[in-house]
Design a protein around this ligand. Structure first.
Ligand code: SIN
Length: 311
């Protein structure tokens, strides 16, 4: 018999969110989904996560916006996107036709904007959940300015949760000393799940020009280089909160997914791996299922937190 891959990432909520498997793209690495829908059946995914959407459309940061790093990538996109009105009017109707839940990643400039965007998305057909992006390192307002502050993270969560019945997932930054207190504060304000982690602040130097490669100097490191950091933070948060944790950071194979689940994640996001391998999400799902079959695991939920349950 095939193992069961189904998980619930918002148990007990008015709108719970049961996924057919625990694998979804990381925000920003799957655009709005249509491009990938042309290449494979995206209903095979557990969920789709949109690019970060802001109140007004954004052009993003000047080029270059990415740099290669050892075992990873540095980005400073600056939340280029079409804005929330176009997301609702142009994208959501397409998503209603998909047999996969769509999670919209929202990035407010202020705490109040997180509340306002949650209100705008509430009840829109085609949208299954909201992911609060309080962790983008590449913008002047919002992003880690909010997400590095426990009080502001809590207020942004509260502002969103009180304005929507949709499950609110909060994507937190690793660029703090104590990510657990961020997660606890967001849980206390009604977050349905915590996504950990966004990118790790980094820098690349152009030795010929004798200056940073990226125009804003700093960017966010992603890919296999940050997997041990992400695993550590998922492990710490999963033992500290009672809501599901979605693991993100260097996931590119079924084995990676198994490690994140055992560290306490209920689901995983696949980001940078999709740039080198557009099929990476499918490879993760197939690899996870194959690992479970080979190891006699009938239900993926039995893997969640296995590393500390058995410690
Ligand atoms: C970006 O658009 O700069 C990246 C988004 C993010 O890190 O949340």
């Amino acid at each position: 018999m095939r193992p069961s891959l189904s998980v619930d990432i918002a148990p007990g909520r008015k709108n719970s969110l049961v996924l057919k498997n625990p694998v979804m793209p990381a925000s920003g690495c799957f655009s709005w989904g249509q491009e990938f829908a042309r290449h494979f059946d995206i209903s095979a995914l557990g969920a789709v996560v949109s690019k970060g959407v802001t109140m007004a459309p954004r052009q993003g940061n000047p080029q270059p916006r990415v740099a290669e790093t050892p075992a990873g990538m540095l980005n400073s996109i600056g939340l280029q996107n079409i804005g929330i009105d176009a997301c609702i009017s142009d994208m959501a109707p397409i998503w209603t036709r998909w047999d996969v839940p769509v999670i919209v990643n929202v990035a407010g400039d202020t705490v109040e904007e997180f509340g306002e965007m949650a209100r705008m998305l509430d009840g829109v057909p085609g949208i299954a959940a909201i992911e609060l992006n309080i962790s983008c390192p590449n913008v002047d307002m919002g992003g880690i300015e909010i997400g590095q502050d426990v009080g502001a993270s809590a207020r942004a969560t509260r502002a969103a949760v009180r304005n929507t019945d949709l499950p609110v997932i909060v994507k937190i930054t690793p660029n703090v000393t104590d990510p657990v207190s961020l997660a606890r504060a967001c849980e206390a304000e009604g977050a349905a799940a915590i996504c950990a982690i966004n990118t790790v602040l980094g820098l690349a130097i152009d030795v010929r020009r004798q200056r940073p490669v990226l125009p804003r100097a700093r960017g966010g490191v992603s890919g296999p280089a940050i997997k041990p950091i992400a695993l550590r933070i998922v492990y710490d948060i999963a033992r500290a909160v009672n809501v599901p944790v979605i693991g993100c950071g260097g996931v590119g194979s079924g084995q990676d997914a198994v490690e994140f689940l055992m560290a306490g994640a209920t689901a995983v996001q696949v980001g940078t791996a999709t740039f080198a391998n557009p099929r990476a999400l499918l490879d993760v799902i197939e690899g996870l299922e194959a690992w479970m079959s080979a190891n006699g695991v009938a239900d993926v939920n039995d893997l969640i937190g296995a590393s500390f349950r058995s410690a």
